[in-house]
Write a protein that binds this ligand. Sequence first.
Ligand SMILES: C[S@@+](CC[C@H](N)C(=O)[O-])C[C@H]1O[C@@H](n2cnc3c(N)ncnc32)[C@H](O)[C@@H]1O
Length: 188
Amino acid sequence: MIVLFFYALFLMMFLAGLLWILIPAFYGLPSIPTKPERIRKALKLVNLQPDEVLYDLGAGNGRVLLIAAREFGARAVGIEVGPVQCALIWLRAVAGGFGDRIKIRWEDYLKSDLSEADVVFIYATSKEVMKSADHLKNQMKKGSRLVSISADFPAWEPSAFDDRDLIFVYEMPPKRGNLGTYMLKNAK
Ligand SMILES: C[S@@+](CC[C@H](N)C(=O)[O-])C[C@H]1O[C@@H](n2cnc3c(N)ncnc32)[C@H](O)[C@@H]1O
């Protein structure tokens, strides 16, 4: 009986691990979390305020949502295609006492309604960022902000940029331009 229990447990963990890796891979974006210090820097650069609504597109292990809710007092919504990631985020939010401030949606962010967001956070490859640009432009409300880690939106001019940690902030609707036009304007 005990052997059977451990066998079932091992099988479930193996399947969960497989889903954790395979589903993000299918969507072209692996589950690699951003370092906490980089998240804090990004949320400061985008000026996240208490009670603002932050969306994390591809929420992974929920780290961004927890930092946004716990340290910035924001309401955080994760959009995530991985069911195991969604379950983990829900557990972490409830266990951390943030069940009412953190929500998770099992969805493809390229099809998600983002109209409620004050701030959108994205950590993706250049290819995925380019794929999401039209959807973000159509969905994000006027005056909302977008913060991107590592990859910039090549047709938009950032309103803030951190060159050490490669963090790009954009105001909606996006301004035509690019990082070069931003650098020229801000050259000392
Ligand atoms: C690079 S991780 C980022 C995790 C988290 N945002 C962070 O910065 O720590 C990308 C996550 O996006 C998820 N993902 C990939 N494509 C997606 C899509 N189209 N819609 C929703 N989630 C997606 C993956 O499952 C993965 O967990």
